[in-house]
Design a protein around this ligand. Structure first.
Ligand code: SAH
Length: 377
């Protein structure tokens, strides 16, 4: 790298307002900012020069001053007949990041939709004992631009498949509330009508239970959905599965969830990974039902996705059904999550950015910001 070369800043680090200021300073009328923002957030263009109705001088300035994206696509793998795709991105410092897109066909009463599962950290400090991301510990937080750019890169690729991203879930690598400012800034951008423009109700932030972060999200998160990774209804067990429980035990966590539901009017969802012989007994289902009875709550049971080398196994489908019925018997809503992306390690808790040989090879040569020609299987 030439140390004298001017450093470019990530375009996604600019808010729409900052983009308008910049465009004005460069001497262009306001409508150019609107065009530029539309190209950047809502089109399939993968470089500034593809923004064909912008004046050449504006494009040149953009190229000189900004990086179009901070994430470089290295690999896309698909499963479930192409309905689930896992993306591997390389960051400017060589770290790797994973994101997942899940496409859902139209069903009676529900529109066709694509959900993106996004990451906020490389690795994670919480170290839930059954989670692949926790195995590597925390490497670093993502920047706001990296967090946004991964979603835009997935959205562009989905757009090429004539699919529109309609939902975002902060359920990839990392703990969003440990990277709180970035989570809030990216959430604002995703829901800003001058940027991605998603309805805030289409965004879900999932946390292992960072209580002060939940309160802050209630204040500044604009009313997004909150998911809490509960995994056990009693502290003794939760301490072992989610070590953060020692800091904020279940009673404090539930109180924060209640405050969240009250101030936003949103129903909180509770995630519960089904671990055979560990947290799946009917006694614990009763405990969970009693704990949440009367709350504005919904329980999502997640069949455990095995991580090679760890001691857990998933509960059987019949054990999961029995557990669900027991929880429901307390008048608590309870459903079982599908197991998308298992074959390509793209399911819940399997993201680890452990690049296979294909990605390593690919990363030794530069590729354009296009996913289409990348190794896939
Ligand atoms: N740190 C956030 C986001 C993490 S991932 C959180 O804890 O909520 C989203 C969900 O996947 C969490 O509920 C997490 O506990 C769950 N999960 C992690 N590893 C899993 C695995 N191996 N099988 C199934 N679910 C898992």
């Amino acid at each position: 790298m030439n140390p004298l070369a001017p450093t470019r800043i990530p375009f996604a680090s600019l808010t729409p307002e900052a983009v308008r200021h910049w465009v004005a300073r460069e001497g262009f009328p306001d409508y150019r900012a609107a065009q530029l923002l539309r190209w950047f957030y809502r089109s399939r263009a993968s470089s500034f020069s593809e923004m064909t109705n912008l004046p050449r001088r504006l494009i040149d300035q953009l190229d000189t001053q900004f990086d179009f994206s901070t994430v470089t696509p290295r690999q896309r793998r698909s499963a479930d007949q192409g309905e689930t795709s896992k993306y591997l991105f390389e960051l400017p410092d060589g770290e790797l990041l994973e994101s997942v897109a899940m496409h859902y066909a139209r069903t009676p009463g529900r529109r066709e939709r694509t959900t993106v599962c996004l990451s906020t950290q490389v690795g994670c400090a919480i170290r839930c004992t059954f989670c692949a991301t926790g195995l590597q510990g925390l490497k670093r937080n993502l920047s706001t631009a990296e967090t946004i750019d991964q979603v835009l890169a997935v959205a562009r690729d989905s757009g090429r498949q004539a699919r529109r991203v309609g939902q975002l879930v902060y359920m990839g690598m990392g703990e969003p509330l440990h990277n709180l400012e970035v989570t809030l800034a990216s959430l604002r951008r995703f829901t800003d009508s001058n940027a991605l423009g998603l309805g805030v109700r289409r965004v879900t932030v999932s946390t292992a239970g960072v209580v002060p972060g939940i309160d802050r999200l209630a204040l500044d998160g604009g009313g997004s959905n909150l998911a809490i990774s509960l995994h056990a209804p009693i502290d003794e067990l939760r301490d072992r599965l989610v070590p953060l429980n020692r800091r904020w035990p279940i009673a404090e966590l539930l109180a924060a969830a209640r405050r969240y539901a009250q101030s936003t009017g949103r129903r909180v969802s509770y995630e519960y990974v089904m671990l055979r012989g560990v947290n799946d007994s009917e006694l614990l289902a009763d405990g969970l039902g009693r704990l949440l009875a009367g709350e504005l709550a919904h329980v999502n049971l997640i069949p455990y996705n095995p991580i090679p080398g760890d001691p857990f196994a998933s509960s059987s489908p019949s054990a999961i059904d029995r557990f669900r019925e027991r929880v429901r018997s307390h008048a608590v809503e309870c459903t079982v999550r599908d197991t998308r992306g298992r074959r390509i390690d793209a399911a819940c808790g399997q993201l680890r950015a452990e690049a296979g040989p294909a990605a390593r090879q690919a990363s030794s040569r530069p590729v354009a910001g296009e996913l289409a020609g990348l190794p896939q299987n």
